[in-house]
Design a protein around this ligand. Structure first.
Ligand SMILES: [Zn+2]
Length: 308
């Protein structure tokens, strides 16, 4: 989504103008601070400016995120295990892009890759980011049987077998593969803490800090063999329908304090008078429109008693 903003900004702007359903959503300005001593105005955001104006959906038949209805998902025995190979040395920096923070990876070579699962090609990791809520009741983009999680991780990869640049892949049907992992509140996540410690340096929009040797595999659940997969889109402009989604069945745990640091970031740049907390940075759910969600596992068979 990141690099997107910079690269496909003109397309995004055009898209912004066209989408009709978002027309009812309006940014509601926060009340001005009425204390004369108040110098810093900090408010929660209702609707992020990115969604303020009408947007266009190219095609519009395979948009994301969605609610995954478990009993309607179809077990596909052809789905293979995922093969994730990440090289922590490709980790480069963290960027607050005004909507989330992106941990960006060097994707000029096939050093950090994803293949297998529903994918026929090899995909390169370019960045990961999260979506989260203002409290622990919501925040994830996808849901399972209408159940939302406080946050959701997205590891974004592009098809390096078919394309030579992320910018090319992002507009193609089979261009991107995103792994989604739900975050639940529980015990502190030791692997995540190195990233949490670095976040205060990117509190404001447009700030970038060097961040190296971070292995994103530490953010995956222990079992990555069980997942749902479906054909969808980016959940931020330009919303292109380029994504093979791979949604992990198992969540990871993070502490409330760790998520609180996410919430201490800002949508706004240092120069802006009215500072807005970076929370609720998720897209509203989209209609399935006849798509099938496949699963790599069948809970019914797994839980059945052994045959006598
Ligand atoms: Zn995302």
């Amino acid at each position: 989504m990141v690099t997107l903003a910079a690269v496909v900004a003109p397309l995004a702007r055009q898209i912004h103008r066209q989408l009709k359903h978002a027309r009812s959503q309006r940014w509601i300005p926060a009340r001005a601070c009425n204390l004369s001593a108040c110098s810093s105005k900090l408010v929660l955001s209702q609707v992020h400016p990115m969604w303020q104006e009408p947007l266009a959906i190219p095609g519009g038949d395979r948009q994301s995120p969605i609610d995954i209805v478990v009993r309607k998902s179809v077990f596909d025995p052809q789905l293979k295990p995922l093969k994730v190979q990440y090289d922590p040395r490709t980790c480069q920096q963290i960027w607050n892009n005004g909507y989330s923070f992106l941990v960006e990876y060097d994707d000029t070579t096939d050093k950090s890759t994803l293949k297998g699962g529903p994918l026929e090609d090899q995909f390169r990791l370019c960045q990961f980011h999260f979506h989260w809520g203002e409290n622990n009741t919501w925040g994830s983009e996808h849901s399972i049987d209408r159940r939302l999680y406080p946050a959701e991780l997205h590891l974004v990869h592009w098809n390096s077998d078919k394309y030579s640049l992320f910018e090319e892949a992002v507009i193609e049907e089979n261009g991107l593969a995103v792994i989604a992992v739900f975050l639940k509140i529980g015990k502190r996540h030791e692997g995540l803490q190195k990233l949490v410690d670095a976040l205060p340096a990117v509190r404001h929009k447009d700030s970038v800090v060097e961040f190296t040797k971070f292995d994103p595999a530490c953010l995956l659940p222990e079992n990555i063999d069980d997942y749902w997969t479906y054909a969808g889109s980016l959940t931020t402009p330009p919303l292109t329908e380029a994504v093979t989604w791979i949604v992990m069945k198992r969540h990871i745990e993070v502490s409330h304090d760790q998520l609180a640091v996410f919430r201490s970031l800002l949508f706004t740049s240092a120069e802006e008078q009215l500072q807005r907390s970076m929370v609720n940075n998720f897209r509203v759910q989209q209609v399935l429109k006849g798509r099938t969600v496949r699963s790599s596992f069948t809970p019914f068979l797994q839980d059945a008693p052994p045959m006598m």
